[in-house]
Design a protein around this ligand. Structure first.
Ligand code: IVH
Length: 664
């Protein structure tokens, strides 16, 4: 037989066998037969490389060991999900979005692994990427190719991006740890960590040896494929050859959601893989789009997290930590104990009132609760196990770090260290500034900041940008070589180009979270504009209340803060808002839009944001400078004025059609 023909035939046999084995759970070949075909294909491709194609199932076996992962910018951000923990919160989620009581939901298992985005061009897998910070992930294409339940070729030659979860089955996890125990390698804490460590391995051969799997559960652009519901999207993706989870269920209302949750709370132990909750998604895509997203999560979906696990251990001591705002937190030091997949030796006690009201004493046996990735907390003491040797908790009156007298917040029960120059506060501020959601300075994590701080090379935020002058001191420190230093300086310099919202969040203004920082950046465009904004003006902005407004105004009145900003300006830290979502579209660029009437398919906020992202402006009133008026239901006088001035009018459907490629 002709070699090329045989190679094509072998590829078909192996691809079919992969689908049968991994997707349909119904193999028609024995393992030996399968291995023989694979061996034959490998050896033919070795001898006749001219016939080896990029879609060959043998390319799943990556060979090159990388020295780092490339970065990938997600065309559509990879968002996380909000959490609900009980029936009341599930009902609140439903009440918030189900105005007419007619929404259908899809309930799915929440797979405990790590998110992945897969891109196919012409039906061929071209990219696999991790979630990263949601905007920029890592290119793990080589590793993804080794996962047998991820198809290299789809059943249709289409361009598509899908999202799912890479995970390790309980069986593979146990086998892996048994093997590692024998060879004396450190054990993985749980299947999720094992899956993450295996996928983010620079040697694809190791990934391949780890027996990973993948479920696909999200199609970011369903409308592009004429798909109108999430449930249809799941079927569509399955037909293309993806491994979708068979347990997804369409439910009609909240009762259906609760039934699904109860059922899976019972059945969870019988699954071959770990789940950490149930995901609830609005089925109708038009409604999803209308509900839209907050900065981090969709409004049309949420994750119900299974109840936290609780264990009992001894509380050995209580220590106090100082946060970046100066807030003092009592923390329980515990006899180490395993809970929810990890070992805990510390748990938060929140504040003095919490310790007193729960009657927690040093030496008590206490109940510890941990839910997934949430910080563990002390729930209550086990009074029956008291021996009389317990010691009362005493709140401190001075900062454990700088010794300043603590001040009490009258509204909340919190104590604060008032000293702006307190070492603990400075260090925590630097940690926050460099963190992922803030300036995202890779390589400048908690431990290195602590070391640099103790070495007096890093006393405040602006010192970060002068670390390059201390090369010799840094590489002389234990664990820091030339390469670590070079990488650190590169990521510090890169952070100078961040958009304003990262800086704003990083400055750590009280109650200014990521979402508020984004809103402020969009509205004020640069830090100078924001610095002179009075509280009453800030309050006018949707989502900004009087307390946040005052906190912002006060922050920019404080001399120390102004000094810090000047130092950052000196080293050219960017202070402008960079809208990376801008994709100039000629229908929108340099045009002024006015919205009137009720929009049904999209919120006004989202519509305005999209118009701005496409290069347009949104104004409140119609004049002869207005380019287009977008008209919803029951429009007001703006509509009449637009007609009078003969300004082009778009109805909602026409607008939605114009933005369909950008509506994320
Ligand atoms: S949907 C825009 N569905 O859970 C919606 N996520 O805690 C995207 N996850 O980041 C997510 N199982 O990595 C979705 N059936 C499922 C899931 C799921 C696991 C992960 C995913 C997400 C995280 C949020």
């Amino acid at each position: 037989m002709n070699i090329e023909k045989r190679i094509i035939e072998l590829k078909k046999i192996i691809n079919k066998a992969n689908v049968e084995y991994y997707l349909q759970d119904n193999p028609s070949l024995t393992d030996q037969e399968y291995d023989r075909y694979v061996q034959e294909l490998i050896s033919l491709e070795d001898r006749y490389p001219q016939y080896k194609t990029s879609d060959s199932p043998t390319t799943k076996v990556g060979s090159k060991v990388l020295d780092k992962f490339d970065k990938v910018t997600h065309k559509i951000p990879m968002l996380s999900l909000g959490n609900v923990f009980n029936e009341e919160e599930i009902r609140a989620f439903d009440d918030r979005i189900n105005f007419d009581n007619n929404l259908e939901y899809v309930c799915e298992l929440k797979i405990d692994g790590l998110g992945v985005a897969l891109t196919y061009e012409n039906g061929i897998l071209v990219k696999g990427a991790t979630r990263g910070d949601g905007t920029v992930g890592e290119d793990i294409t080589n590793n993804v190719r080794t996962i047998k339940s991820i198809p290299l070729i789809l059943n249709k030659p289409i361009d598509i991006e899908v999202r799912g979860e890479i995970y390790m089955s309980k069986k593979s996890f146990n086998e892996l740890n048994e093997k590692r125990a024998k060879t004396g390698e450190p054990l993985f804490q749980n299947p999720r960590n094992a899956a993450a460590g295996s996928v983010r391995n620079l040697d694809a051969k190791i990934t391949e040896s780890r027996n990973l799997d993948c479920f696909i559960y999200h199609l970011p652009n369903p409308l592009d494929y004429g798909i109108k519901t999430h449930y249809e999207a799941l079927t569509f993706m399955k037909e293309l050859g993806f491994n979708t989870n068979n347990e997804a269920r369409l439910v009609k209302n909240i009762d259906g959601i609760l039934k699904f949750i109860n059922e899976w709370t019972q059945r969870r132990p019988s699954l071959a893989y770990e789940i950490d909750g149930i995901v609830i998604k609005v089925n109708d895509i038009a409604t999803q789009n209308k509900l839209g997203y907050t900065v981090k999560v969709p409004r049309w979906a949420t994750a119900y997290k299974f109840p936290a696990q609780e264990v009992i251990t001894r509380l050995i001591d209580i220590i106090f930590t100082v946060g970046r705002t100066g807030k003092i937190t009592p923390n329980a030091i515990l006899e180490p104990v395993r809970v929810a997949g990890s070992t805990i030796s510390r748990a938060t006690l929140h504040n003095e009132d919490n310790v007193i009201s729960k009657n927690i004493k040093i030496n008590d046996m206490v109940v510890i609760r941990k839910a997934g990735d949430v910080i563990p907390e002390v729930v209550r003491p086990v009074i029956e196990r008291r021996t009389g040797l317990e010691k009362d908790f005493v709140m401190i009156s001075n900062c454990p770090i700088c010794g300043s007298r603590l001040e009490k917040d009258m509204i909340k029960a919190d104590y604060f260290c008032p000293n702006d120059n307190c070492d603990a506060r400075s260090m925590e501020s630097i940690i926050h500034f460099a963190s992922r959601d803030a300036m995202n300075i890779e390589g400048l994590g908690e431990n290195i900041i602590e070391d640099l701080y103790n070495a007096k090379l890093l006393k405040n935020i602006s010192d970060i940008y002068h670390l390059e002058n201390y090369k010799e001191d840094i590489i002389a420190m234990e664990g820091y070589g030339n390469k670590t230093f070079e990488n650190l300086i590169a990521s510090i310099n890169k952070s100078k180009d961040n958009s304003l919202e990262r800086l704003l969040f990083g400055l750590g203004i009280r109650q200014v979270g990521l979402k508020t920082a984004k809103i402020l950046s969009r509205v004020y465009k640069n830090l100078d504009n924001l610095m002179i904004a009075p509280a009453h003006e800030l309050e006018e902005i949707k989502d900004i209340g009087p307390i946040i407004a005052l906190n912002i105004e006060n922050y920019f009145k404080n001399e120390n803060n102004l000094y810090l900003i000047d130092r950052l300006k000196e080293v050219n830290v960017n202070m402008e808002y960079i809208n990376t979502n801008i994709r100039i579209d000629e229908d929108f660029a340099n045009k002024t839009f006015v919205l009137t009437g009720t929009l049904n398919m999209i919120t006004r906020d989202k519509a305005s944001e999209l118009i701005e992202n496409l290069g347009g402006k949104v104004s409140n009133s119609v004049s002869n400078k207005t380019s287009v008026v977008i008209v919803g239901e029951n429009p007001g006088s703006k509509y009449d004025k637009a007609k009078k001035l003969e300004i082009p009018i778009w109805d909602e459907e026409y607008f939605m059609d114009k933005i369909k490629d950008y509506n994320i």
